[in-house]
Design a protein around this ligand. Structure first.
Ligand code: ADP
Ligand code: MG
Length: 599
């Protein structure tokens, strides 16, 4: 555990970059501030000493005012230096948090697009944003306080011997007992308990999220009790663990801890009573009273210091779990970028003996798949669900990289193509082509920022968006998602298609199924598709038979392998899987026609 903490700290300081030094400067200043803060206590000792020496002739204690000013000066200096210390640690902490975000983002820019499919963007955002903020308390406050408290303990050790070591030991003993009690709650076997307790807290919040997410399903299927059970079990588990930890493990140590931090003074009194007769006998009662006064006042700062340690331990834990959440983002796989990239020659595509297995899957999603797409051809991928169509299509723009074999564009392995060049050459229309909360113009122009307004308008026209724009008072400058400008699913898809058309990439990879969320605009979307496909090389995950019938080639994927390939006529004649699918389709159509006829 201690080792992990050290690792966490150096990981955090690593993120501080060139402001790392500021952290150390801040910590040094914090130690100096704490040392300066001790001086007024010494002044109190001096004042008491002088007063006792001249008692009861108080007026002759002339140096007292001087001590007062010295105490005041050091108290103010301590505050100013502490302020400076926090300034330094904050500057470093803010830089650390922003570097975590920046490095995370920079790293994600190199992750394959598929990573964002399997990791929800909200989760990634929460990881980077939330977790980086959580490291701040530790770096900005807790570390400085830990150093300050350590300084205080060292000063106490010193002062203990300077004045009266026996009373010093009494104060220190109180502090040691309360620290020991505090660590007994966290160390050893209890560390595992705390880990379990935190894990069960995590499970509870996850179950809560799932429960809320599942509410639509719950409502539709009326299954209130069952879906609630997992959530309730998670809460019960958490409450049992929390109860056990707080009630059985913490009750005694925490009572001891609080008693000795708040009551160090009470610890001091019996020691003083024991010492008093001796002091009387030796005739140094004055010195004894002076020292007692000092320790009585001094013991009051112990509880403040110990409370800070408590907070620091909390900050340490928070920062440690924050780092645990950041790590998966920083460790996300990255796309290999070729050192000396090759330029694709032309727009053909070739799958050569391609196999691909998803991370964690036992069966390959694609198993030795080979097929070619000549430049300008439209190739349809068809086959039963789960056959590997989406997977094959997503290997072309490198959503993922193949496990073995090669995917070539223009005769060059996609892994050897500069990713920017590949992105310029391949456009894809997949499940969710999201629109940004900005104007339609900017949404479309995102594909090619230097495009003129006229080019954007032409792309929108080709994507059959004229009707959408005519409805909006501000036309293509209307901001989507604000001020009542909301587009239906089909309308959003057409705007997204306009973006892809404007991109004007020679190769288009598209999933036709995404197009028909909105039946009314099906005809318009078909026209937009036609505009997008014209004159380009197209790989399409086909669901509609007109597309399949008209394709230059059909590749039938079944269970991760190419079952057959050819034109529609060839495949129907071959009498294989495709012919069966075709026959099924025709039966369905006839059935539809006959029922339509009856109505
Ligand atoms: P199709 O598009 O033909 O329906 P897919 O390419 O989506 O088929 O899926 C092929 C196989 O890969 C299926 O067995 C599916 O369960 C699996 N698969 C798809 N996506 C993932 C993923 N992100 N992680 C793990 N397995 C996946
Ligand atoms: Mg699919």
């Amino acid at each position: 555990m201690a080792k992990k903490r050290q690792g966490d700290l150096s990981a955090l300081l690593g993120y501080a970059g060139e402001r790392r030094g500021l952290t150390f400067l801040g910590l040094t200043l914090s130690a100096i501030a704490m040392a300066a803060g001790m001086v007024p206590y010494i002044c109190i000792w001096l004042v008491v000493r002088d007063l006792v020496a001249v008692a009861p002739d108080w007026g002759s204690a002339g140096a007292i005012a001087g001590y007062g000013w010295v105490a005041f000066a050091f108290a103010v200096a301590g505050i100013v230096v502490y302020f400076g210390a926090l300034m330094c640690t904050h500057l470093a902490a803010f830089r650390t948090a922003s570097n975590i975000r920046k490095q995370g983002m920079a790293h994600l820019m190199e992750a394959p697009l598929g990573y964002f499919d399997s990791n929800a963007s909200g989760l990634i955002r929460n990881r980077l944003d939330g977790a980086s903020a959580e490291t701040e308390t530790l770096l900005a406050h807790n570390l400085a306080d830990i150093v300050g408290t350590v300084t205080m303990f060292v000063a106490m050790l010193v002062l203990m011997f300077v004045f009266d070591w026996r009373m010093g030991v009494a104060c220190l003993l109180a502090a040691v007992i309360s620290v020991a009690a505090m660590f007994s709650m966290m160390g050893g076997k209890n560390a595992e308990l705390i880990a379990e307790y935190q894990a069960s807290q995590d499970r509870m919040s996850k179950a809560g999220t799932e429960y809320v997410r599942g509410i639509p399903v719950v409502k539709v299927f009326q299954q209130t009790v069952n879906s609630f059970r997992a959530f309730k079990e998670a809460i019960d588990d958490y409450s049992a663990k929390a109860g056990y930890y707080q009630g059985s493990i913490c009750r005694i140590p925490q009572s001891v801890n609080l008693t000795f931090t708040e009551g160090a003074f009470a610890f001091l009194v019996p020691v003083a009573l024991l010492l008093a007769p001796k002091a009387l006998a030796s005739g140094d009662l004055a010195g004894f009273v002076t020292n007692f006064a000092f320790y009585a006042v001094f013991s009051a700062i112990i509880s403040t210091a110990l409370a800070k340690i408590m907070f620091a331990a909390g900050g340490m834990m928070l920062a440690s779990t924050a780092l645990d959440r950041i790590r998966p983002v920083m460790d996300a796989p990255v796309l290999d970028v070729a050192q000396s990239p090759d330029m694709p020659q032309g727009n053909g595509i070739a799958f050569k003996d391609v196999s691909f297995t998803y991370e964690g899957a036992s069966e390959p999603a694609l198993d030795h798949v080979s097929f070619t797409v000549e430049p300008g051809q439209t190739v349809a991928l068809v086959g039963p669900s789960g056959g590997g169509k989406t997977t094959a299509a997503s290997l072309i723009p490198r959503f993922w990289d193949v496990t073995s074999g090669t995917v070539e564009v223009g005769g060059v392995d996609v892994r050897k193509v500069d990713p920017h060049v590949l992105m310029d050459q391949v456009a894809f229309v997949f499940q969710d082509n999201r629109l940004f909360k900005t104007s339609i113009l900017e949404n479309v122009r995102a594909a090619r920022p230097e495009a003129t307004r006229e080019e954007v308008e032409a792309a929108l026209a080709a994507a059959q968006c004229e009707g959408i724009i005519a409805k909006l008072p501000q036309g293509i400058d209307a901001k989507i998602g604000t001020g009542g400008t909301y587009l239906s699913g089909g309308e959003q898809q057409r705007v997204a298609l306009a973006r892809t058309i404007l991109k004007d990439a020679p190769i288009v990879v598209l999933d036709e199924a995404t197009a028909f969320a909105d039946p009314e605009s099906e005809v318009l979307i078909q026209k937009a598709f036609a505009a997008l496909m014209r004159g380009r090389t197209v790989v399409m995950i086909a669901h509609r038979l007109p597309t399949v019938v008209g394709a230059d080639k059909i590749v039938v994927l079944d269970d991760g392998s190419v079952a057959e390939e050819g034109t529609h006529d060839e495949l129907v004649a071959a009498g294989g899987l495709y012919a069966r699918m075709w026959a099924d389709y025709n039966k369905a159509v006839q059935w539809q026609v006959s029922t339509d006829g009856e109505v």
